[in-house]
Design a protein around this ligand. Sequence first.
Ligand SMILES: Cc1cc2nc3c(=O)[nH]c(=O)nc-3n(C[C@H](O)[C@H](O)[C@H](O)COP(=O)(O)OP(=O)(O)OC[C@H]3O[C@@H](n4cnc5c(N)ncnc54)[C@H](O)[C@@H]3O)c2cc1C
Length: 432
Amino acid sequence: MAVEMLRFIAKYLPAILPFAFSLLSERIHAFIHRFTYKSVSAPKNVVVLGGSFAGAWLALRLAESLPTGYKVVLVEKNSHFNYVFNFPRYSVLQHREQRAFIPYDGLMKKAPKGVFERVQDVAVEVRDGEIELASGVCVPYEYLAVATGVRQSGPAKLLASEKSEACAELRTLQGKIQGAKRIAIVGGGPVGVEITADIKTFYPEKTVILIHSRSQLLSNFGKRLHEHVMGKMNDIGVEVLLGERPNLPQVENSEAAELVFKGGRVEHFDLVARDPLQGKEKIIPCTGQTPNSSIIENFLPTAISPKNGQILVKSTLQVHSGPKCGTAFENIFSLGDVAETGGPKMGSAAFVQSGIVEKNILALIHGKELSEYKPMSVEGILKLTLGKDNYVVYAQHEDGSDFLMPGKDSNVDLAVAKAWKTFGADFKDSDV
Ligand SMILES: Cc1cc2nc3c(=O)[nH]c(=O)nc-3n(C[C@H](O)[C@H](O)[C@H](O)COP(=O)(O)OP(=O)(O)OC[C@H]3O[C@@H](n4cnc5c(N)ncnc54)[C@H](O)[C@@H]3O)c2cc1C
């Protein structure tokens, strides 16, 4: 393990050190900005669409750096930041789901007055110089960043926008899990693996079967991760069926069903849940995800990839109008899961991209040179929970080598308290 750790440090330190220095420099600039930014009566808008990992970070960074005369307007449909990393855990564990919804109020508490506005609404259309919201309001923009992510079925994403209804969605799944004796999880992607291990370790008396269509769990990661996860599933008493693609009946997700396996064998389960993230890509969110790119469909139809529905961007993360024309829209950016950036579809990549978009908006304002986004393998590091107190960290490198480090964490809420702190919110208020 020590050798593995040393390899990890040697591999990632050269990437992490400059990044740490740039974060420190950002903090110093943010401090100075608090005293130099002046609120004016009609500032130009930098509109950020979507307030999750990509958009919230971008809005925060802009609020700490935009010059006088500009302000950031964050348009987000959800009442609270959805901390999706804990959704699989809170689909199983009861009475804690409210902790996954972090208030936005504290995010900008240190930003200077007049630099930030949050609008809870749904953007329905992007036009040249303005966006239209579902409420009918039009918001003009000087610069625009589209960070609208992807749609996925629960528990990866929820339907509700208001915290109370979103919590109710998670409670419904908790109730179904609690009431079932035999549970089948179909799909051995990251969410399937996490939820399977959680059900079995929080409810050891239940029969839990994980069914995967390929010969390797987490098919898009390395074999070593598969072997490690298989070992853990065996230890906790989960049966794993590989190479099985049972006929799924036309029932809603998370319902009782008969599954028909190879050779016609039929088995009844009280609850069948599908992994919405089992995948065909190397990175976490995969099959079943739809990029939320339709808002630019009328204005920039060729900027949407016909292959995957993602928004096409240049390495500066400026939207471009497709391989044929290739024109960049200088003042429109896209980042995070909705954009075809070449980087991993991960929160950490969204964070790195938010730094590039912030720098480039400031560069355009000040007439400076633009920066390019170059994805790094460190952005694709996966932390997978394997039941109530085990996890594994895994990374694949460009040269084909990989890194695997198992660990123990008895904190059932995982890292959510840290996320509350980052958002300037008090975790003590999380159960209110
Ligand atoms: C269960 C799960 C576990 C994960 N674990 C990890 C992990 O351990 N580490 C990691 O790095 N990554 C992880 N990921 C991946 C990570 O969550 C995503 O890469 C990240 O959420 C992408 O952020 P985003 O801001 O691009 O998009 P999203 O998170 O999809 O957010 C898009 C936002 O835009 C809003 N929105 C969409 N359309 C509109 C509209 N028209 N108007 C207004 N608002 C709109 C949505 O409400 C949403 O808040 C995990 C993902 C899941 C689902």
